[in-house]
Design a protein around this ligand. Sequence first.
Ligand code: ATP
Length: 205
Amino acid sequence: MRIIGLTGGIGSGKSTVAAMLQDHGIPVVDADEVARKIVAPGQSALAELAKAFGKEIIDQQGHLNRAELARRAFTTSEKTQLLNSITHPAIKAEVKRQFSQLEDAGFKMAIYDMPLLIEQGLHKQMDLTVVVDVDAEERVRRLVDKRGLDESDVRNRIARQIDDETRLAAADIVIDNNGTLENLNTQVHALAARLTELTGLTERN
Ligand code: ATP
């Protein structure tokens, strides 16, 4: 099965593109969703986190208290590494499971919607990397106006991500989402056709 990485800066429209591709019948594995799933109540990664950082990171209902975990895990780079050594393998295993499931269901390709794809070097493992590109100022506007996020928080998060130039350099295909949603839809329609053609060609070779 061919795996197509989908990434972009925060607020670039990854989720919107993923939903549109899904409408074209292309399945999506959502990295954020997997990251939430592996620490859901009762999951082994959650128990491991509690063992490493203290049972206070789990609330009365058995849910992960993210703020408490962040307070304990992001104090030193060693602790952050410990956190990653617990969560990353669990995420990797679940992502693999979801792709295998799609392959067993007969899909020839699937999208991996992953915000930090390039930051983590995972784009090298993809058959193709699609980057959704939008000017930083427009992304700030959309996240503040449409999602009601705090402007300085958005700017800080953008500053912590790789710059647009580096991200674009890693792209095989760029979707320009500076325009309207209708324009985006047109581009995604063409992308779905291109991906189907590319994976079809690869399958035959
Ligand atoms: P995050 O980084 O938070 O996961 P994302 O990259 O998945 O975000 P979306 O949630 O798809 O981005 O889009 C961010 C916001 O911008 C949403 O409110 C979405 O509806 C809106 N949006 C996306 N594309 C456009 C567009 N072309 N025109 C106007 N608004 C848009």
